[in-house]
Design a protein around this ligand. Sequence first.
Ligand SMILES: Nc1nc2c(ncn2[C@@H]2O[C@H](COP(=O)(O)OP(=O)(O)O)[C@@H](O)[C@H]2O)c(=O)[nH]1
Ligand SMILES: [Mg+2]
Length: 215
Amino acid sequence: MTSVIRPKKYLNDLNYLVQIMGRRRIVLKIVCIGDGAVGKTSIVKRYLSGDFRHDYVMTLGLDLFTKPEKIRFKGSEIEVVWQIWDLSGQQYWRDVISSFYKGANGAILVFDVTNDLSYENTIEWALEFYRHAGQQPIVLVGNKIDLRDKIYDSLKSNEGARRAYELSRLMGIKIPYIETSALENINIDVVFNTLKKLIFENAITKLLNETESEK
Ligand SMILES: Nc1nc2c(ncn2[C@@H]2O[C@H](COP(=O)(O)OP(=O)(O)O)[C@@H](O)[C@H]2O)c(=O)[nH]1
Ligand SMILES: [Mg+2]
């Protein structure tokens, strides 16, 4: 073919995405990562109060939630099925890990603002995600901010922001930092909406690059 499609021009154009994919339903996978007890499951459950299905993958110790969403863009409607994967137990078996990360389009990386070790371990989690899933969008989440009043030496906002900056440099992508309370329902929607937007931009760019290289 002689005509060349310029990806930048079509970035964010869902019409175009639908056109090149030839279908109106896409599945996108989000994984929740971070130390045990930081609030990953609470965050997912809080978010998924609406229409969703919950499948527990018994043998693997994984919780898998699916949430369909209709997205309208410039007169075109597509169905996106979000798959949200959460490790069920505190015990993370190595053989589960690769199926868990396989095909992930993005990650929610959670630490607990009252737990220094969970903050330190965010680097390891990000690197592990990168090793298995490649360079995909990540949102860093500092959870349990409702406990800041009670726990004197909790991590501060600027420490979370600094960690996001360090992770961004390490991973070569911009990683936003968002503070949440699953308990008080603070910023839970913001986390998912931010990540979804990043995943979309990323997916569209990749698809367009693939289309480009096939020509
Ligand atoms: N105070 C407070 N507790 C929370 C919050 N999120 C989760 N928790 C509690 O922290 C514990 C661990 O939560 P869970 O969601 O199971 O963590 P996970 O192991 O990362 O999935 C539970 O007792 C939750 O009730 C929060 O935002 N604030
Ligand atoms: Mg959990």
